[in-house]
Design a protein around this ligand. Structure first.
Ligand SMILES: Nc1ncnc2c1ncn2[C@@H]1O[C@H](COP(=O)(O)OP(=O)(O)OP(=O)(O)O)[C@@H](O)[C@H]1O
Ligand SMILES: [Mg+2]
Length: 168
């Protein structure tokens, strides 16, 4: 696994990796978990089968969750409580009814005490708050590339901290 050279200060808020296989995607999620904090919202972009759920699984394991991490595709959200932290894993692929958003009270899930990971954010764009970290996964012949961008002050701080560790 490698990441890009850091040529300008903005690149501290932008990390890219190439991941050969599922194991390295899980490992990246694991490492990423060290830099996540309550209040963060992560948007995961990428085609069907890109590896979004795999990354979320790695993050959850990195945060200490020891059970099976299912894809939330059929019920839009899976809820995890890891000691005092709430993590909400959304998948909006099948989302098409804004009323469902209201009825489920999703708005309250995005709060300073919880972490939200969102697959297919583009399907609920008008309703979602802004992402702190925007993650884009691309499929290659073998493996995946992934770009992680800090979009808010909080998101940038996390990436800066991660970046400092990666190059030290
Ligand atoms: N870095 C990688 N290299 C090769 N294969 C990978 C990599 N990461 C994940 N995969 C594989 O890609 C497949 C799809 O992964 P995953 O279910 O995480 O995709 P997804 O983006 O969540 O898809 P969906 O949009 O359907 O929810 C899995 O078989 C997984 O093993
Ligand atoms: Mg998925």
């Amino acid at each position: 696994m490698h990441n890009t050279p850091y040529t300008d200060p903005e690149s501290a808020h932008n990390l890219t990796f190439y991941l050969d296989d599922e194991m390295s995607m899980l490992d990246l999620g694991n490492r990423m978990a060290n830099f996540l904090r309550p209040g963060l919202t992560l948007f995961l972009y990428g085609n069907l089968g890109a590896g979004k759920t795999t990354l979320a699984r790695g993050i959850l394991h990195g945060l200490g969750y020891r059970h099976v991490v299912k894809s939330p595709t059929y019920n839009l959200v899976e809820i995890y409580k890891i000691s005092r932290l709430y993590l909400y894993h959304f998948d909006f692929y099948r989302f098409n009814d804004p009323l469902e958003w209201e009825e489920a009270g999703f708005r309250e899930y995005f709060n300073p005490a919880s972490i939200c990971i969102v697959e297919w954010p583009e399907k609920a764009e008008d309703l979602l708050p802004m992402a702190d970290l925007q993650i884009t996964i691309k499929i290659h012949d073998k493996g995946r590339s992934i770009e992680i961008r800090g979009r808010t002050e909080l998101g940038k701080q996390c990436l800066q901290q991660w970046n400092n560790q990666e190059i030290s």
